[in-house]
Design a protein around this ligand. Sequence first.
Ligand code: BES
Ligand code: MN
Ligand code: ZN
Length: 495
Amino acid sequence: MKFLTKKTEEFTADTVVCFVWEDYKTDSKLLNYLNKLSNNELNKQIENYKIFKGEFMETFKYAINEQTKVLLAGLGKKENLTRKKFSQIIANAARIAKSITKNNSIAFELIENTSECNNILANFNKEDSAKITLCAARIGLYEFDKYLSSKKNKIETIELLNDNFSQELERAAEIGAYTSFAMKFTKDLVNEQAQVATPEYIANIAAQIAKEHKLEAKIYDKNQIKELNMNAFLAVSQGSIHEPKFVHLTYKPKCTPRKKIALIGKGITFDAGGMNIKPATSMLTMKDDMTGAASVLGIIQAMAKLNSDIELHAVCALCENMTSGSAYKQGDILTAMNGKTIEVDNTDAEGRLTLADALSYCDKLNVDEVIDIATLTGAVIVSLGNNITGVMGNNQEQINKFIEASKKSAENTWQMPILDELKDNLKSNIADMKNTGGRQAGTSTAAWFLSNFTKSNAWLHLDIAGTAYLDKSNKETLQGPTGVMIRTLINYMLS
Ligand code: BES
Ligand code: MN
Ligand code: ZN
Protein backbone atom coordinates (compact mmCIF):
# COMPACT_ATOMS: atom_id res chain seq x y z
CA MET A 1 0.00 0.00 0.00
CA LYS A 2 1.25 3.47 -0.94
CA PHE A 3 0.74 6.60 1.16
CA LEU A 4 0.77 10.01 -0.50
CA THR A 5 0.43 13.50 0.91
CA LYS A 6 -1.36 15.94 -1.37
CA LYS A 7 -2.89 19.38 -1.54
CA THR A 8 -6.63 19.37 -0.94
CA GLU A 9 -7.71 19.91 -4.51
CA GLU A 10 -5.13 17.60 -6.03
CA PHE A 11 -6.45 14.19 -5.00
CA THR A 12 -6.58 11.48 -7.64
CA ALA A 13 -8.43 8.89 -5.57
CA ASP A 14 -11.97 8.30 -6.77
CA THR A 15 -13.31 8.11 -3.21
CA VAL A 16 -12.79 11.01 -0.82
CA VAL A 17 -13.57 10.92 2.91
CA CYS A 18 -14.72 14.31 4.16
CA PHE A 19 -15.47 15.03 7.84
CA VAL A 20 -18.51 16.90 9.10
CA TRP A 21 -19.27 18.14 12.63
CA GLU A 22 -22.66 17.75 14.23
CA ASP A 23 -24.42 20.95 15.38
CA TYR A 24 -21.55 23.01 14.08
CA LYS A 25 -21.04 24.49 10.67
CA THR A 26 -18.22 22.61 8.97
CA ASP A 27 -16.07 25.00 7.05
CA SER A 28 -13.43 22.81 5.50
CA LYS A 29 -11.63 23.56 2.30
CA LEU A 30 -12.35 20.04 1.08
CA LEU A 31 -16.06 20.28 1.74
CA ASN A 32 -16.22 23.62 -0.04
CA TYR A 33 -14.32 22.25 -3.00
CA LEU A 34 -16.42 19.09 -3.27
CA ASN A 35 -19.54 21.20 -2.97
CA LYS A 36 -18.36 23.37 -5.84
CA LEU A 37 -17.70 20.24 -7.93
CA SER A 38 -21.23 19.10 -7.19
CA ASN A 39 -22.80 22.44 -8.17
CA ASN A 40 -23.88 23.02 -4.60
CA GLU A 41 -25.79 19.72 -4.46
CA LEU A 42 -23.64 18.40 -1.60
CA ASN A 43 -24.48 21.34 0.66
CA LYS A 44 -28.14 20.96 -0.13
CA GLN A 45 -27.93 17.35 0.98
CA ILE A 46 -26.22 18.32 4.22
CA GLU A 47 -28.50 21.23 4.92
CA ASN A 48 -31.44 18.98 4.36
CA TYR A 49 -30.77 17.83 7.90
CA LYS A 50 -32.81 14.66 7.68
CA ILE A 51 -30.35 12.77 5.51
CA PHE A 52 -27.08 13.40 7.30
CA LYS A 53 -26.53 15.12 10.62
CA GLY A 54 -22.82 14.57 11.14
CA GLU A 55 -23.44 12.40 14.18
CA PHE A 56 -20.59 10.29 15.56
CA MET A 57 -19.98 7.30 13.19
CA GLU A 58 -22.72 8.41 10.79
CA THR A 59 -21.76 8.19 7.11
CA PHE A 60 -23.30 9.33 3.86
CA LYS A 61 -22.27 8.30 0.36
CA TYR A 62 -22.65 10.78 -2.45
CA ALA A 63 -21.49 10.38 -6.05
CA ILE A 64 -20.51 13.72 -7.53
CA ASN A 65 -19.81 12.22 -10.93
CA GLU A 66 -18.37 9.10 -12.54
CA GLN A 67 -14.86 9.85 -11.23
CA THR A 68 -15.51 11.21 -7.79
CA LYS A 69 -17.43 9.78 -4.88
CA VAL A 70 -17.67 11.45 -1.51
CA LEU A 71 -18.05 9.71 1.81
CA LEU A 72 -19.19 12.16 4.44
CA ALA A 73 -18.14 10.97 7.90
CA GLY A 74 -19.81 12.42 10.99
CA LEU A 75 -17.52 13.54 13.82
CA GLY A 76 -20.30 14.18 16.33
CA LYS A 77 -20.16 17.17 18.65
CA LYS A 78 -16.83 18.91 19.02
CA GLU A 79 -16.79 18.65 22.80
CA ASN A 80 -17.31 14.86 22.63
CA LEU A 81 -14.68 13.87 20.08
CA THR A 82 -11.69 11.95 21.42
CA ARG A 83 -8.67 10.49 19.66
CA LYS A 84 -10.14 7.02 20.13
CA LYS A 85 -13.49 8.05 18.64
CA PHE A 86 -11.70 9.74 15.75
CA SER A 87 -9.81 6.51 15.10
CA GLN A 88 -13.10 4.55 15.14
CA ILE A 89 -14.70 7.01 12.70
CA ILE A 90 -11.80 6.64 10.27
CA ALA A 91 -11.60 2.83 10.46
CA ASN A 92 -15.33 2.62 9.80
CA ALA A 93 -15.18 5.17 6.97
CA ALA A 94 -12.25 3.30 5.40
CA ARG A 95 -14.24 0.06 5.35
CA ILE A 96 -17.15 1.77 3.60
CA ALA A 97 -14.90 3.68 1.21
CA LYS A 98 -13.22 0.40 0.25
CA SER A 99 -16.57 -1.00 -0.80
CA ILE A 100 -17.21 1.85 -3.24
CA THR A 101 -13.82 2.75 -4.71
CA LYS A 102 -13.23 1.67 -8.30
CA ASN A 103 -9.61 2.73 -8.73
CA ASN A 104 -8.57 1.23 -5.37
CA SER A 105 -7.50 4.49 -3.85
CA ILE A 106 -9.03 6.52 -1.06
CA ALA A 107 -8.30 10.08 0.06
CA PHE A 108 -8.73 11.32 3.63
CA GLU A 109 -8.93 14.90 4.65
CA LEU A 110 -6.50 15.79 7.46
CA ILE A 111 -8.33 17.47 10.30
CA GLU A 112 -7.33 18.65 13.74
CA ASN A 113 -9.27 19.16 16.94
CA THR A 114 -7.92 22.02 18.97
CA SER A 115 -10.70 22.70 21.40
CA GLU A 116 -10.29 24.95 24.43
CA CYS A 117 -9.77 22.27 27.05
CA ASN A 118 -6.33 20.91 27.71
CA ASN A 119 -7.19 17.22 27.55
CA ILE A 120 -4.83 15.08 25.44
CA LEU A 121 -7.54 12.47 24.98
CA ALA A 122 -9.59 15.06 23.10
CA ASN A 123 -7.10 17.50 21.61
CA PHE A 124 -5.01 16.58 18.61
CA ASN A 125 -3.00 18.67 16.20
CA LYS A 126 -2.29 17.90 12.56
CA GLU A 127 0.77 15.79 13.34
CA ASP A 128 -1.19 13.62 15.78
CA SER A 129 -4.01 13.48 13.28
CA ALA A 130 -1.79 12.26 10.43
CA LYS A 131 -0.61 9.35 12.58
CA ILE A 132 -4.09 8.47 13.81
CA THR A 133 -5.60 8.75 10.34
CA LEU A 134 -3.11 6.51 8.55
CA CYS A 135 -3.15 3.83 11.26
CA ALA A 136 -6.93 3.83 11.57
CA ALA A 137 -7.44 3.79 7.80
CA ARG A 138 -5.28 0.70 7.54
CA ILE A 139 -7.09 -0.92 10.47
CA GLY A 140 -10.34 -0.39 8.60
CA LEU A 141 -8.96 -1.76 5.34
CA TYR A 142 -7.32 -4.83 6.85
CA GLU A 143 -8.43 -8.25 5.64
CA PHE A 144 -6.62 -11.61 5.74
CA ASP A 145 -7.51 -13.40 2.53
CA LYS A 146 -4.54 -15.78 2.21
CA TYR A 147 -6.78 -18.82 2.60
CA LEU A 148 -9.88 -17.53 0.81
CA SER A 149 -10.41 -19.01 -2.62
CA SER A 150 -11.71 -15.71 -3.93
CA LYS A 151 -9.40 -12.82 -3.07
CA LYS A 152 -10.60 -9.43 -1.84
CA ASN A 153 -9.78 -6.28 -3.76
CA LYS A 154 -6.78 -4.45 -2.32
CA ILE A 155 -6.52 -0.74 -1.74
CA GLU A 156 -3.33 0.44 -3.43
CA THR A 157 -3.13 4.07 -2.38
CA ILE A 158 -4.13 6.23 0.53
CA GLU A 159 -3.91 9.98 0.02
CA LEU A 160 -3.75 12.36 2.93
CA LEU A 161 -5.09 15.79 2.00
CA ASN A 162 -3.87 19.06 3.46
CA ASP A 163 -2.78 22.33 1.87
CA ASN A 164 0.39 22.83 3.79
CA PHE A 165 2.63 19.87 4.54
CA SER A 166 5.49 21.13 6.70
CA GLN A 167 8.53 18.91 7.23
CA GLU A 168 7.18 18.02 10.64
CA LEU A 169 3.85 17.00 9.20
CA GLU A 170 5.48 14.89 6.49
CA ARG A 171 7.49 13.13 9.21
CA ALA A 172 4.30 12.45 11.19
CA ALA A 173 2.71 10.95 8.08
CA GLU A 174 5.80 8.80 7.57
CA ILE A 175 5.58 7.59 11.17
CA GLY A 176 1.89 6.82 10.68
CA ALA A 177 2.59 4.91 7.49
CA TYR A 178 5.33 2.69 8.95
CA THR A 179 3.39 2.17 12.16
CA SER A 180 0.42 0.97 10.15
CA PHE A 181 2.75 -1.33 8.21
CA ALA A 182 4.01 -2.83 11.50
CA MET A 183 0.42 -3.44 12.57
CA LYS A 184 -0.44 -5.16 9.30
CA PHE A 185 2.69 -7.31 9.46
CA THR A 186 1.85 -8.39 13.00
CA LYS A 187 -1.80 -9.14 12.25
CA ASP A 188 -0.84 -11.28 9.22
CA LEU A 189 1.58 -13.31 11.32
CA VAL A 190 -0.96 -13.77 14.13
CA ASN A 191 -3.63 -14.82 11.63
CA GLU A 192 -1.31 -17.49 10.21
CA GLN A 193 -2.27 -20.97 11.41
CA ALA A 194 -0.08 -22.55 14.08
CA GLN A 195 0.87 -25.55 11.94
CA VAL A 196 2.53 -23.07 9.56
CA ALA A 197 3.73 -20.40 12.02
CA THR A 198 6.05 -22.68 13.99
CA PRO A 199 9.08 -21.42 15.95
CA GLU A 200 11.28 -22.22 12.96
CA TYR A 201 8.99 -20.37 10.54
CA ILE A 202 8.96 -17.24 12.69
CA ALA A 203 12.73 -17.45 13.24
CA ASN A 204 13.18 -17.61 9.45
CA ILE A 205 11.02 -14.52 9.04
CA ALA A 206 13.18 -12.79 11.67
CA ALA A 207 16.30 -13.72 9.70
CA GLN A 208 14.78 -12.28 6.51
CA ILE A 209 13.85 -9.08 8.35
CA ALA A 210 17.42 -8.78 9.60
CA LYS A 211 18.76 -9.13 6.08
CA GLU A 212 16.33 -6.65 4.57
CA HIS A 213 16.84 -3.98 7.23
CA LYS A 214 20.53 -4.66 7.91
CA LEU A 215 19.98 -5.65 11.53
CA GLU A 216 22.25 -7.81 13.63
CA ALA A 217 20.65 -11.22 14.08
CA LYS A 218 21.29 -13.93 16.62
CA ILE A 219 19.06 -16.95 16.24
CA TYR A 220 19.70 -19.69 18.77
CA ASP A 221 18.62 -23.31 18.24
CA LYS A 222 17.80 -25.89 20.91
CA ASN A 223 21.40 -26.76 21.75
CA GLN A 224 22.44 -23.14 22.00
CA ILE A 225 19.40 -22.42 24.19
CA LYS A 226 20.64 -25.24 26.45
CA GLU A 227 24.11 -23.72 26.56
CA LEU A 228 22.56 -20.43 27.64
CA ASN A 229 20.91 -22.29 30.55
CA MET A 230 17.43 -21.23 29.56
CA ASN A 231 15.91 -24.23 31.29
CA ALA A 232 12.51 -22.69 32.04
CA PHE A 233 12.01 -21.86 28.36
CA LEU A 234 13.30 -25.28 27.30
CA ALA A 235 10.92 -27.08 29.66
CA VAL A 236 7.91 -25.40 28.05
CA SER A 237 9.11 -26.39 24.59
CA GLN A 238 9.85 -30.03 25.33
CA GLY A 239 6.35 -31.42 24.69
CA SER A 240 6.31 -30.23 21.08
CA ILE A 241 7.68 -31.85 17.94
CA HIS A 242 8.77 -28.34 16.90
CA GLU A 243 12.10 -27.29 18.35
CA PRO A 244 12.34 -23.95 20.14
CA LYS A 245 14.10 -20.94 18.65
CA PHE A 246 15.39 -17.89 20.49
CA VAL A 247 15.52 -14.75 18.37
CA HIS A 248 17.50 -11.60 19.09
CA LEU A 249 17.57 -8.82 16.46
CA THR A 250 19.37 -5.53 17.00
CA TYR A 251 18.80 -2.24 15.22
CA LYS A 252 21.59 0.27 15.73
CA PRO A 253 21.20 3.89 14.62
CA LYS A 254 24.00 5.51 12.64
CA CYS A 255 24.48 8.14 15.35
CA THR A 256 25.23 7.49 19.02
CA PRO A 257 21.96 6.07 20.34
CA ARG A 258 19.81 8.42 22.43
CA LYS A 259 18.65 5.40 24.41
CA LYS A 260 18.86 1.60 24.34
CA ILE A 261 15.69 -0.44 24.67
CA ALA A 262 15.05 -4.19 24.67
CA LEU A 263 11.58 -5.25 23.55
CA ILE A 264 10.58 -8.79 24.48
CA GLY A 265 7.56 -10.46 22.87
CA LYS A 266 5.91 -13.62 24.23
CA GLY A 267 6.25 -16.20 21.47
CA ILE A 268 4.12 -19.26 22.21
CA THR A 269 3.17 -20.38 18.70
CA PHE A 270 0.32 -22.46 20.12
CA ASP A 271 -0.78 -22.72 23.74
CA ALA A 272 -2.64 -25.98 24.32
CA GLY A 273 -1.97 -25.55 28.04
CA GLY A 274 0.51 -28.40 28.24
CA MET A 275 -0.41 -31.31 30.56
CA ASN A 276 -2.85 -28.89 32.24
CA ILE A 277 -4.66 -28.93 28.93
CA LYS A 278 -7.11 -26.14 28.13
CA PRO A 279 -10.77 -26.84 27.37
CA ALA A 280 -11.64 -26.61 23.66
CA THR A 281 -13.25 -23.16 23.82
CA SER A 282 -10.24 -21.62 25.61
CA MET A 283 -7.82 -23.23 23.15
CA LEU A 284 -9.68 -22.01 20.08
CA THR A 285 -7.68 -18.81 19.54
CA MET A 286 -4.37 -19.91 21.08
CA LYS A 287 -2.47 -19.50 17.81
CA ASP A 288 -2.50 -15.84 18.94
CA ASP A 289 -0.18 -16.57 21.88
CA MET A 290 2.77 -15.33 19.81
CA THR A 291 1.25 -11.86 19.32
CA GLY A 292 3.98 -10.28 21.44
CA ALA A 293 6.72 -11.82 19.28
CA ALA A 294 4.94 -10.80 16.07
CA SER A 295 4.57 -7.26 17.45
CA VAL A 296 8.25 -6.78 18.29
CA LEU A 297 9.21 -8.09 14.84
CA GLY A 298 6.82 -5.59 13.26
CA ILE A 299 8.02 -2.73 15.43
CA ILE A 300 11.75 -3.19 14.80
CA GLN A 301 11.12 -2.94 11.04
CA ALA A 302 9.22 0.31 11.48
CA MET A 303 11.91 1.77 13.77
CA ALA A 304 14.61 0.87 11.24
CA LYS A 305 12.64 2.38 8.34
CA LEU A 306 12.09 5.52 10.39
CA ASN A 307 15.83 5.80 11.14
CA SER A 308 15.09 6.04 14.84
CA ASP A 309 17.92 7.24 17.08
CA ILE A 310 17.15 4.45 19.57
CA GLU A 311 19.16 1.24 19.73
CA LEU A 312 16.45 -1.39 19.70
CA HIS A 313 16.68 -5.07 20.57
CA ALA A 314 13.80 -7.37 19.58
CA VAL A 315 13.87 -10.55 21.63
CA CYS A 316 11.55 -13.57 21.49
CA ALA A 317 11.60 -17.05 22.96
CA LEU A 318 9.60 -19.07 20.42
CA CYS A 319 8.06 -22.45 21.23
CA GLU A 320 4.83 -24.42 21.40
CA ASN A 321 3.11 -25.50 24.65
CA MET A 322 1.78 -29.03 24.04
CA THR A 323 0.86 -32.21 25.86
CA SER A 324 2.82 -35.36 25.00
CA GLY A 325 4.97 -38.07 26.52
CA SER A 326 7.88 -35.67 26.62
CA ALA A 327 5.98 -32.68 27.99
CA TYR A 328 7.02 -30.96 31.22
CA LYS A 329 4.85 -31.73 34.21
CA GLN A 330 3.37 -30.30 37.36
CA GLY A 331 5.86 -30.63 40.18
CA ASP A 332 8.89 -30.30 37.91
CA ILE A 333 11.51 -27.93 39.27
CA LEU A 334 13.21 -25.71 36.73
CA THR A 335 16.33 -23.59 37.06
CA ALA A 336 16.01 -20.42 35.03
CA MET A 337 18.92 -18.70 33.28
CA ASN A 338 19.50 -16.39 36.26
CA GLY A 339 19.79 -19.37 38.64
CA LYS A 340 16.42 -18.98 40.36
CA THR A 341 14.38 -22.17 40.76
CA ILE A 342 10.70 -22.56 39.89
CA GLU A 343 8.28 -25.31 40.92
CA VAL A 344 5.79 -25.94 38.12
CA ASP A 345 2.37 -25.51 39.68
CA ASN A 346 0.53 -25.31 36.37
CA THR A 347 1.91 -26.03 32.89
CA ASP A 348 -0.56 -23.56 31.39
CA ALA A 349 1.31 -20.70 33.05
CA GLU A 350 4.02 -21.20 30.43
CA GLY A 351 4.38 -17.66 29.15
CA ARG A 352 6.00 -16.41 32.33
CA LEU A 353 8.51 -19.29 32.19
CA THR A 354 9.64 -18.40 28.68
CA LEU A 355 9.67 -14.69 29.58
CA ALA A 356 11.73 -15.38 32.71
CA ASP A 357 14.61 -16.58 30.55
CA ALA A 358 14.09 -13.85 27.94
CA LEU A 359 14.23 -11.21 30.71
CA SER A 360 17.40 -12.75 32.18
CA TYR A 361 18.95 -12.78 28.72
CA CYS A 362 18.25 -9.03 28.40
CA ASP A 363 20.13 -8.36 31.66
CA LYS A 364 23.30 -8.96 29.61
CA LEU A 365 22.44 -6.43 26.88
CA ASN A 366 23.25 -3.31 28.84
CA VAL A 367 20.08 -1.47 27.85
CA ASP A 368 18.34 1.48 29.56
CA GLU A 369 14.87 -0.02 29.43
CA VAL A 370 13.29 -3.45 29.07
CA ILE A 371 9.70 -3.75 27.87
CA ASP A 372 7.83 -7.02 27.46
CA ILE A 373 4.56 -7.48 25.62
CA ALA A 374 2.67 -10.70 26.28
CA THR A 375 -0.71 -12.43 26.01
CA LEU A 376 -0.06 -13.50 29.58
CA THR A 377 -3.16 -13.93 31.74
CA GLY A 378 -6.86 -14.66 31.34
CA ALA A 379 -7.23 -12.67 34.56
CA VAL A 380 -6.51 -9.40 32.74
CA ILE A 381 -9.63 -10.03 30.65
CA VAL A 382 -11.66 -10.38 33.85
CA SER A 383 -10.20 -7.13 35.21
CA LEU A 384 -10.04 -4.90 32.15
CA GLY A 385 -11.96 -6.58 29.32
CA ASN A 386 -11.05 -6.61 25.65
CA ASN A 387 -10.36 -2.93 25.09
CA ILE A 388 -7.84 -2.01 27.80
CA THR A 389 -4.26 -3.25 28.08
CA GLY A 390 -2.81 -3.87 31.55
CA VAL A 391 0.41 -1.95 32.24
CA MET A 392 2.79 -2.88 35.05
CA GLY A 393 6.42 -2.27 35.86
CA ASN A 394 9.01 -1.25 38.41
CA ASN A 395 9.53 2.37 37.38
CA GLN A 396 6.62 4.76 37.87
CA GLU A 397 8.12 7.48 35.68
CA GLN A 398 8.41 5.04 32.78
CA ILE A 399 4.86 3.78 33.37
CA ASN A 400 3.49 7.35 33.39
CA LYS A 401 5.29 8.20 30.18
CA PHE A 402 4.01 5.05 28.54
CA ILE A 403 0.40 5.64 29.57
CA GLU A 404 0.67 9.20 28.25
CA ALA A 405 1.91 7.80 24.92
CA SER A 406 -1.03 5.38 24.79
CA LYS A 407 -3.50 8.23 25.27
CA LYS A 408 -1.86 10.12 22.42
CA SER A 409 -1.95 7.01 20.24
CA ALA A 410 -5.69 6.37 20.66
CA GLU A 411 -5.07 3.21 22.68
CA ASN A 412 -6.45 2.33 26.13
CA THR A 413 -4.19 1.30 29.00
CA TRP A 414 -4.56 0.97 32.74
CA GLN A 415 -1.94 0.42 35.39
CA MET A 416 -2.20 -2.64 37.64
CA PRO A 417 -0.13 -2.86 40.85
CA ILE A 418 2.84 -5.08 41.66
CA LEU A 419 3.16 -5.39 45.43
CA ASP A 420 5.51 -7.49 47.56
CA GLU A 421 2.49 -9.07 49.29
CA LEU A 422 1.92 -11.04 46.07
CA LYS A 423 5.00 -13.08 46.95
CA ASP A 424 2.88 -15.20 49.32
CA ASN A 425 0.73 -16.36 46.38
CA LEU A 426 3.73 -18.05 44.79
CA LYS A 427 5.41 -19.47 47.87
CA SER A 428 6.98 -22.89 47.36
CA ASN A 429 8.58 -25.09 50.03
CA ILE A 430 11.03 -26.77 47.69
CA ALA A 431 11.91 -24.08 45.13
CA ASP A 432 12.42 -20.31 45.11
CA MET A 433 8.87 -19.85 43.84
CA LYS A 434 5.97 -21.56 42.10
CA ASN A 435 4.81 -20.41 38.68
CA THR A 436 1.18 -19.92 39.73
CA GLY A 437 -0.79 -19.16 42.86
CA GLY A 438 -4.53 -19.21 43.39
CA ARG A 439 -7.20 -17.43 41.39
CA GLN A 440 -6.65 -14.09 43.08
CA ALA A 441 -4.94 -11.14 41.39
CA GLY A 442 -3.73 -13.32 38.51
CA THR A 443 -2.40 -10.48 36.38
CA SER A 444 -0.43 -8.81 39.16
CA THR A 445 0.86 -12.16 40.44
CA ALA A 446 2.20 -13.03 36.98
CA ALA A 447 3.89 -9.63 36.84
CA TRP A 448 5.41 -10.15 40.29
CA PHE A 449 6.79 -13.48 39.04
CA LEU A 450 8.39 -11.77 36.02
CA SER A 451 9.92 -9.05 38.20
CA ASN A 452 12.19 -11.72 39.71
CA PHE A 453 13.97 -12.25 36.43
CA THR A 454 15.08 -8.77 35.46
CA LYS A 455 17.77 -6.57 36.97
CA SER A 456 16.55 -3.55 35.01
CA ASN A 457 15.27 -0.63 37.03
CA ALA A 458 13.12 0.45 34.08
CA TRP A 459 11.16 -2.67 33.26
CA LEU A 460 7.68 -2.35 31.82
CA HIS A 461 5.24 -5.21 31.31
CA LEU A 462 2.21 -5.15 29.01
CA ASP A 463 -0.47 -7.82 29.43
CA ILE A 464 -2.33 -7.91 26.11
CA ALA A 465 -4.24 -11.19 26.68
CA GLY A 466 -7.54 -9.29 26.48
CA THR A 467 -6.65 -6.84 23.73
CA ALA A 468 -4.49 -8.76 21.24
CA TYR A 469 -7.30 -10.66 19.58
CA LEU A 470 -11.01 -9.90 19.40
CA ASP A 471 -13.63 -12.65 19.40
CA LYS A 472 -16.17 -10.00 18.39
CA SER A 473 -15.59 -6.86 16.35
CA ASN A 474 -15.48 -3.52 18.15
CA LYS A 475 -16.05 -0.05 16.66
CA GLU A 476 -12.49 0.16 15.39
CA THR A 477 -11.26 -3.36 14.61
CA LEU A 478 -13.03 -6.39 13.15
CA GLN A 479 -12.94 -9.85 14.78
CA GLY A 480 -9.35 -11.19 14.86
CA PRO A 481 -5.92 -9.74 15.70
CA THR A 482 -5.72 -6.05 16.62
CA GLY A 483 -2.04 -5.09 16.53
CA VAL A 484 -2.60 -3.54 19.94
CA MET A 485 0.15 -1.39 21.57
CA ILE A 486 2.21 -1.13 18.38
CA ARG A 487 1.11 2.49 17.85
CA THR A 488 1.81 3.27 21.49
CA LEU A 489 5.21 1.55 21.62
CA ILE A 490 6.44 3.31 18.48
CA ASN A 491 5.21 6.72 19.64
CA TYR A 492 6.67 6.06 23.09
CA MET A 493 10.09 5.23 21.67
CA LEU A 494 10.12 8.11 19.19
CA SER A 495 9.20 10.77 21.74
N1 BES B 1 -1.92 -17.62 26.88
C1 BES B 1 -2.61 -17.71 28.11
C2 BES B 1 -3.33 -16.42 28.50
C3 BES B 1 -4.48 -16.03 27.62
C4 BES B 1 -5.78 -16.31 28.01
C5 BES B 1 -4.28 -15.31 26.46
C6 BES B 1 -6.83 -15.93 27.21
C7 BES B 1 -5.34 -14.92 25.67
C8 BES B 1 -6.62 -15.24 26.05
C9 BES B 1 -1.65 -18.07 29.25
O1 BES B 1 -0.57 -18.83 28.89
C10 BES B 1 -2.42 -18.87 30.24
O2 BES B 1 -2.84 -19.94 29.90
N2 BES B 1 -2.60 -18.33 31.42
C11 BES B 1 -3.32 -19.00 32.45
C12 BES B 1 -2.56 -18.84 33.73
C13 BES B 1 -3.13 -19.64 34.86
C14 BES B 1 -2.83 -21.10 34.67
C15 BES B 1 -2.53 -19.12 36.14
C16 BES B 1 -4.70 -18.36 32.56
O3 BES B 1 -4.78 -17.14 32.48
O4 BES B 1 -5.67 -19.08 32.69
MN1 MN C 1 -1.04 -20.94 28.94
ZN1 ZN D 1 0.03 -18.71 26.92
